[in-house]
Design a protein around this ligand. Structure first.
Ligand code: ASP
Ligand code: MG
Length: 249
């Protein structure tokens, strides 16, 4: 069974956290899953890079910004593959372009269109854990694009959709989806399950937990999504069309 997992920036912020995420990947792999792991840039890397670029040009060409920012996720992917190798596991990192993630040409806010090669599938078939740099793809001109802030969620769900994964697990620094913003409302309640429509509403209202395009794609391709904590045990929140749709794995 193929499982796509995604780790956000805070889940990868330092070497110890990368190793923690690698252990979660290892547990799935050792339980017999094929695993594609999508990673964000570490910690505040993307914000720091944006500040650095602004010292050079206050309104840089978007094509160059995409080429630059995509490097943040590429660094994470290679580091994660190293962490897995250190644990004795077969792993390979791929950029969005190497993975063949096709997008339109709207730099800094590109939409995912499909997979233009079967590199990820080939690497899985060789027995590798495939670590894919999130947030980025390649357009028809062969240029690097990025998917908008928070776009690694969308990479993960897109890969799960195109590779027909059983589930997409989004590991994050919160332990699931709440009915209201838990930072503002202490009595907010964690939802064990939420439908795509309601989740889309939350994402569009600015709930930070998932990128809105990721929820749109999940709904379009009927990808079961699970949002859960990288740091604490627990099942988090399942996102499917109907509560009974979640696969028992
Ligand atoms: N690194 C990108 C960002 O900070 C993408 C992501 O983390 O999903 O927005
Ligand atoms: Mg995010």
């Amino acid at each position: 069974m193929l499982t796509v997992v995604k780790f956000g920036g805070s889940s990868l912020a330092d070497a110890g956290r990368i190793q923690n995420a690698a252990r979660r990947i290892a547990a799935l792999f050792e339980a017999g899953h094929q695993v594609v792991a999508v990673v964000s840039a570490q910690g505040d890397t993307t914000d720091d890079m944006i500040e650095k670029a602004a010292q050079i040009h206050t309104d840089p060409p978007k094509r160059e910004m995409d080429a630059y920012l995509a490097a943040g996720e590429q660094m994470s992917a290679a580091l994660m593959a190293m962490a897995l190798h250190k644990m004795g596991l077969p792993a390979i990192s791929l950029t969005g372009m190497q993975a063949g993630l096709m997008t339109d040409g709207v730099h800094s806010d590109a939409r995912v269109l499909g997979l233009r090669n079967d590199r990820v599938r080939q690497e899985l078939d060789k027995g590798n854990i495939v670590v894919v740099a999130g947030f980025q793809g390649v357009d028809g001109a062969g240029d690097i694009t990025t998917l908008g802030r928070g776009g690694s969620d969308t990479t993960a769900v897109a890969l799960a959709a195109f590779l027909q994964a059983a589930v997409c697990k989004i590991y994050t620094d919160v332990d699931g989806v709440y009915d209201r913003d838990p930072r503002k409302f202490p009595d907010a309640v964690k939802l064990p399950w939420i439908g795509y429509d309601e989740m889309l509403q939350l994402a569009r209202q600015g709930a930070q937990v998932l990128h809105d395009r990721c929820v749109e794609l999940a709904q379009m391709y009927n990808v079961p999504v699970q949002v859960l904590s990288s740091f604490r045990p627990g099942e988090g929140t399942f996102i499917t069309a109907l509560p009974e749709d979640f696969p028992q794995i």
